[in-house]
Design a protein around this ligand. Structure first.
Ligand SMILES: NC(=O)c1ccc[n+]([C@@H]2O[C@H](COP(=O)([O-])OP(=O)(O)OC[C@H]3O[C@@H](n4cnc5c(N)ncnc54)[C@H](OP(=O)(O)O)[C@@H]3O)[C@@H](O)[C@H]2O)c1
Length: 281
């Protein structure tokens, strides 16, 4: 797919694989909407893309651990851009940090569920009108091969918390959202796919966990770009990829009842249920 003339938003593009994907799309001539929580890191990526001769780049600052900031991000993107051809939900926090203690988001939700999944759920829904208007458009959710089933009696992990469980639960939630949304968007020209980009890339998240990297950031970027722009993926939706191969996710992702429970919970936690008239749900 040619990307010049296309507008792409990549969350978490101030570091790691998101940054690499953004720079590569910038080099290919796309209009690149960068996102991160740190302005200085964002401006450094803006400069990298400008240095490749592409001025169509802007940075949006928003901390995804606050749903109000997610809404603000969607508003700013929506008001500045009539079209959005590709949305890549990539921002995330790994399993390490806070000495293994449970952390909460600004809204009081378990932090990894909030940042890795709920923020992307809300952002995607708020940007759907723009994506639909830009069809054919693509949504790519950067998940992981690390997936833990969600216990609907304790989604916020108030018991038996571990960073690993919090991370892998949030990653499966992204996959469940992908399958669900693909059904909802069937026939609209907006496709939704998700992937495990690569195993233990050499990124901040992996280094913070004390894990020895085994993949390059470039391998992960290749896999994300495959879903985002490859002509082979045109019209293909509701799929999970392990790197560049279609694969099977955890069984819970294929359980329609579990997906319904997650969707209803997410609509409630994000306030989208109040935004959407019940006749349109
Ligand atoms: N690394 C791997 O081997 C691996 C494997 C499977 C899946 N993944 C997935 O790949 C994605 C990217 O990971 P990575 O390895 O590239 O990680 P990374 O280098 O740590 O980068 C994470 C990005 O997300 C941003 N971010 C984190 N918390 C945020 C928040 N509260 N609000 C806004 N932005 C936030 C970071 O911003 P800052 O610059 O401010 O930190 C950064 O831009 C993640 O979704 C991860 O789960 C990674």
């Amino acid at each position: 797919m040619r990307v010049d003339g296309k507008t792409v938003l990549i969350t978490g593009s101030t570091d790691g694989v998101g940054r690499r994907v953004a720079v590569r799309l910038g080099e290919m001539g796309a209009r690149v909407l960068l996102h991160g929580r740190d302005r200085a890191r964002g401006e450094a990526v803006v400069s990298d893309i400008r240095a490749s001769g592409n001025d169509k780049v802007s940075f949006y600052q928003a901390d995804l651990s606050a749903l109000a900031e997610v809404r603000g991000l969607a508003d700013r993107v929506h008001s500045a851009h009539a079209r959005l051809d590709i949305l890549i939900n990539n921002a995330g926090i790994g399993s390490a940090g806070a000495h293994g203690q449970r952390q909460a988001s600004a809204d009081g939700h378990e932090l990894r569920f909030a940042v890795n999944y709920l923020a992307g759920f809300l952002l995607t829904h708020l940007l759907l009108p723009t994506l639909r208007a830009s069809a054919p458009a693509r949504i790519v959710n950067v998940a992981s091969a690390g997936q833990h089933p969600i216990d609907f009696d304790d989604v916020m992990l108030t018991r038996g918390y571990s960073g690993g469980r919090a991370y892998t639960q949030s990653k499966l939630a992204q996959i469940m959202m992908t399958f669900d949304l693909a059904g909802e968007l069937d026939g609209t020209g907006v496709t939704v796919t998700c992937l495990h980009p690569a195993t233990y890339m050499d990124t901040t998240m992996v280094r913070q966990a004390g894990t020895t990297p085994i993949s390059t950031v470039e391998e992960g970027a290749d896999a994300i770009l495959n879903l985002a722009i490859s002509a082979d993926l045109e019209g293909r939706t509701g799929l999970y990829f392990n790197r560049q191969r279609e694969a099977r996710a955890d069984a819970q992702a294929y359980n329609a009842d579990a997906r319904r429970q997650l969707r209803e919970l997410s609509m409630r936690l994000t306030g989208l249920d109040a935004d959407t008239p019940s006749s349109a749900r």
